[in-house]
Structures are given as C-alpha cells and as structure tokens.
Write a protein that binds this ligand. Sequence first.
Ligand code: ZN
Ligand code: ZN
Ligand code: FE
Length: 761
Amino acid sequence: MKKKELVLAKRIHIKGLVQGVGFRPFIYRLANEHNLTGWVENRNDGVIILVEGEAEQISNFIDNIRPKSPPASNIQHIQVSDEEANGFSDFVIVKSENKSEQITDVSPDIAVCDDCLNDYKTQAHRIDYPFINCTNCGPRFSIIKDLPYDREKTTMEPFVMCDTCREEYENVLDRRFHAQPVACATCGPQYELVIENERFKDFDHIIDKVTELIKEGQIVAIKGIGGFQLACDAQNEEAVNLLRQRKFREGKPFAVMFADINAVKEFTVMYSAEKEALESWRRPIVIMRQKKKLAAAVSNGFHTIGAMLPYMPFHHLLFEKLNLPALVMTSGNISDEPIVIDNNVAEEMLSQIADAVLIYNREIYNRTDDSVAMVVNDKERIIRRSRGYSPEPVNLDLDVDGIVAAGAELVNCFCIGKGNQAILSQHIGDLKNLETLEFYEESYHRFVKLFRVKPEIFAHDLHPDYLSTRFAKDMRLKLVGVQHHHAHVASCMAEHNLDEKVIGVSLDGTGYGTDGHIWGSEIFICDLAGYERFNHFEYVPLPGGDRVTKEPWRTGLSYLYMVYGAELWNLDLPFVKNLDKAKCDYILEAIDKKINSPQSCSAGRLFDAVAAIMNICTITQFHAEAPMRLEDLASGTVEAAYPFEFGESISFQPTIRDIVQDMQDGVSTTEISARFHNTVMNAIFAVVSLARTQRDISKVALTGGTFQNRYLLSRLEKLLESVGFEVYTQNRIPANDGGIALGQLAIAAKLRSLGKPYQKS
Ligand code: ZN
Ligand code: ZN
Ligand code: FE
C-alpha cells in the first residue's frame, strides 16, 4: 500500500503507574477518537504506543493523554520519538511481552468506583455482588504476588472466570477489559459469616445477619481489603465501650466509617481539602474536627474524629441495609500485633473480641492497614501510609538502585531503591512486637523479589539496638548508618527532590544522638551528605529512661526539678499535690546521681512534661497521648506566648515558670496550651531566622513526629512563609518515623554518588 504523504508515525513510551488501572483501553479509545492506527503494548517498564495518522491528530492525541488518563493512573514520564509509518489499518492492543528487568509501578488498592456501584444494581450476574470491580477500581497491591500484573500472579488465581466475565475481560471496549480481579456472583470470591460454630454462606442472609448484629450493639469482625477490621455502631455507647474492653486498650480514638459524605458533614467540620481527601480513590482515614457527638467512647475525650468513607462494595451494601450514619471501624488485631489477614487466625483470635467473624475466600497477600491523613493549611499530609498509597514510589533525581533502608523501630516502614525510584513499604508497625518483626522481614523479602531489586547497600539508623538496625546488619551488605533526625530531614528533602543545603528542623519523641544523649529537637544546617547541629532544646534528665514515654509525670517532675530544685514541693499545683513524695525523692536522687536518667532534648518529652504539669495527662494509654491531648486543648484564637531563652541551646525554663504561674492564677488550660504551642513556634522561628542570617539559606524543612501537631505545623508554616522562607513539609510521606527509611535511602544514595563518607557533627 502506498503511504499518504500526510501520514506520520510516533512511538510513545509512558512510564509511571499505567498498569492495572485501565490504561490500555483508554489509549485504545483515545486513538480511535483521533482516527489513529497502530498499537499499544504493556511492558515491564511501562506502556509503549505506536500511532500513525495526521500530524495534528497525533499531536492532539498526545496532548490528551495526561489530562484524560484514568483516575488511578499516574504518568511520570512520556517520551515521544519518530518512527517510519507502516500503514497499519487499525489500532490494536497487543499481548504483553516482558523484555526488561525494569518494571512498572504496582498500583495501590483502589476504592470501588461509581460505575461499579451502579453495575451491582443493574448487571444480572452481579446484583449485590460484593466483590465487583473493574479496571478503574478494586484490589491491587493487597492481592499481587509477582509482576507483571496478571491474574495468575495474584490471589485471584484460584478463581476461574465464567464465560460472561471472560467475554468482558477480553472485550477491549468493556470497562473490565483485562481487569485482573474481574469476578461475578457465579465465578468470584464469596463471603462466609461465622457465629460461634454456625457458618452462613448465603449472601442475602449474611448481610441481614450482620445488620441485625450491629443494630443489636454487637461487634463484627469484617475482612477488608488489606486486613480484618472490627465494626460496631458508632452511636451505641455500650457497644463501643464493649469493644474497648475486649480489645484491652485502649484510650486511642477509634476510626469511624461514615455512610456517606452527608453523614461526615453532619458530624464533623469539613473543609474542602478534607472532603477531597475523603472522597479520593485512596480513601484514607482523615483526622477532622468533631461537630456532633458520636458515642463518647469513640473519641475518648478528643475533639477530633478519624473519619473515612466506604471503600469496598460490601461497606456500601452494609450501609444501605443498616440505615445508620457511622460505624466504628478499627484494626482487627491484638494489642501491638499486625492486623489479622488470615481467615483461620481471625476465627480463632478475633472471635474473642467480635460476636461474629465475616470472612471471604480470597487470600490477602500483602497486608495493608487503613491509611491515615490530615489536612493542614489546605494540604493533605499522610500520617500512616498503607492502603491506597503503598507501594507508590517516590521518583527521585538520585540513582538509588540497589540501596535499601531499614527504617526506624516504633512506626516502621522500610524502603527499597529501584533505578531512581524509592519504594516505601506499607506501614509495618512496632518491631519490638515479635509478629510485627516477622511481618517486617517477610515484607522486606517480598519487596526485593517483587520489584526485582539486588540490594548492595543497607542504610540504617545509628541506634544499635533498633531491631531494624540488627536486621540490616544481618543481611551482610555494605552498611551506611544514618543519624535519626538527619534521616527525617532527608526524607522531607527527598519528597521534594531537594539536593542542596537547607535548614532542617526535626522535632520528635526520640532518636539516637551522636553525643551519647537522646536527641529530638534538632535544627540542622544540612544537605543529603551530612549535617551540622545548629541548635537544639536544652537537655533534661529522663528519670526511668524508657518508662517516661508511658509515664509523662516523670518528665514533668524532672522539668520542675530543673527549674525550681527542691522548691518544687511548695508549688500550689494539682500535679505536685498528686505526686507520691517518697517515691519522687528517690527519683530526684537518681537524677542527682545520674542513675538511669539519660539526658534528652526531645520535643516530644517537652510536650509530655507540660501536659503532666498541667495535669492533663500524667500516665498514657497509647503512644504520644500527652502531646495529642495538649494539642487538642489549644485554641486557634490565642496569640500570646511565653518567654524562652536561647544561646547554646533553647531553654524553656522561663516558659515552665510562667505556665506554673498561669496554672496557679487559674488561667484556662485552653489558653495555656495555646500559649505554650505559640512559644515553641516562636523559639523555632527565632533559631531558624538566625540560621538564615548567618548562613544565607532560606529553605527550611519541617519534619519529625511532632509536626503531626496540626496547631504547631499550621502556624509555623504560615509564619515562616510570611517572612519569605521557602518551607518544605511532608505531604505524601509521613513526618513521623514511618518516613525515616526514605531519608536513609536518599542519604546513602548521595554518599554513593559522591564516593564520600558520612559527615556528622
Ligand atoms: Zn469499578
Ligand atoms: Zn463471572
Ligand atoms: Fe523520629
């Protein structure tokens, strides 16, 4: 066939998250809209398109790829090159070939889409079918065992498609074209409800029964996308209290799943960025201000609610029947263990908490907790990164190939490097728990295999006793030890692709310092290759060592002792009056003799001390409770602050004096808390301003777990920006220890590229 002069051909290579998200059918439709011929093909390293047609049509086609791409896709890179025209007669999707060890991104799990919610009301083979999905929605990471992403390599493998599903799967114009988890009532996974020794398989009966149990105030364990959850009526005080008792915890607020966005609006103060986060296909839990009360035991004294919207078809079907606005939906686990994913374990363990256990017969391969986010200054900030986010990579300008990073210990995620992508694991948890450590080790090996990484360098925290550090050392690779707070700053820098000198502000609960003390309020002048410690909070002894995290009264006592000495006993404070003097004298002696009283400059401990002195929280029931309760009190309308001093370090001794005075004068805790927060903000502002003047650096990175404090982050970010700082904060990666591994990875990569050792001072 003689080629027309006008016909051009282009080859287009698209990288990013373009598989398992309906990308090829989208390209097929778009090519047809523009009267183009050619083909599209999935490769390990992305999607290749060849198009032929008129120049203008081709250019319009390319321009439309990004703006019209499927919602869950994420294009990182489009590369276009010229080709010889071949005279193709139509546009086709060609069978996948895997020619490279390079791989494309693995999609996170995607909440059920509106089209599917419509289909289960209209499609004969899927009426009320609770595992409905399509190329735009459904499970992904949680079911994937290997790449490329094909059904045989997922936990959908045992389910043989029926003829109807196969037709849809093979029809390029169908929304289920190559949707790997495609299923219907005939061929797909099924639920089973277990109540004591009875088992129910009929779905209509199951949904009626679950509805009935919840309405009666009972607790049901429900298998979700990435693990089991425990559900009960969020307005039923007795049910929620029962759940707390049976879970042996837990002062920690429970997450709540609302029936729909109107229900969220009824119970919370909702800003548009929060609505957007709630309704996104990632469906995180969003921490929001409470407006109308649910059962008091849900929030346990906090003025916030962790809200989320339904994300599985089952959730929607359940709310249709329930006619309730909200369910408590908390992780199905025992104390610090990872959430349960196995049916047998659920029946055995969760039946001790729940009155009924709802399982289904598709395996969860990769465990993912619900993710948690907050919105501060109109930006979403992830706090726990798991379902819907993991394993989306961070694309860096650095070569991180073959570098892996162990992360921290308490809120662990690890990270692996592939090419220039940093792939952070899902939230793993506290490694001191044996089951969690096993989850960590298993997930590490799975990531290395799934993403075809050949580890050469293992970056880890300097803390020799972190179980993640020990794991890294056992792997017998080249090691790079990274200071904890430098890793926090580097994580923030990596998220924003910063590779230069910045002022790094890293505030958190604890981290290994290189001077033999516990750090946690670091203001660094640093880049990825090293840091200089510019300033930090004043050191204070922590009597009892690790016990202070569960007993903030110890740190409160230590601060009062530092400020007042033995005079502290004359203070007219409820906190002091409640102290056991004999026991405290013993503790003060230990401080004097430096027995089991490590020095710390931790910001978290300062918040602990103030919460204790104010008598808000002297003993904690969960991690970071004292700072959280203190923040919860702070009112946004207060502008006043307390004095502080700074020189060699930042001293809050004058602050403590004034807080004590305010307490004695009967100033409200709301006012005192806000003034205290404003003081910490002013102190950071003063030091950062000095650093700018002395070093001529105006980029500031704010990170560390303390920046989960919305009041502090919101005000400090605005203040710094108002005087011309370029402020970088963590949005897509947690500011807490869950983000540490990314920083460790970036630092190790930078050192490798420079061929230099680590610089710390
Ligand atoms: Zn769908
Ligand atoms: Zn089917
Ligand atoms: Fe930390």
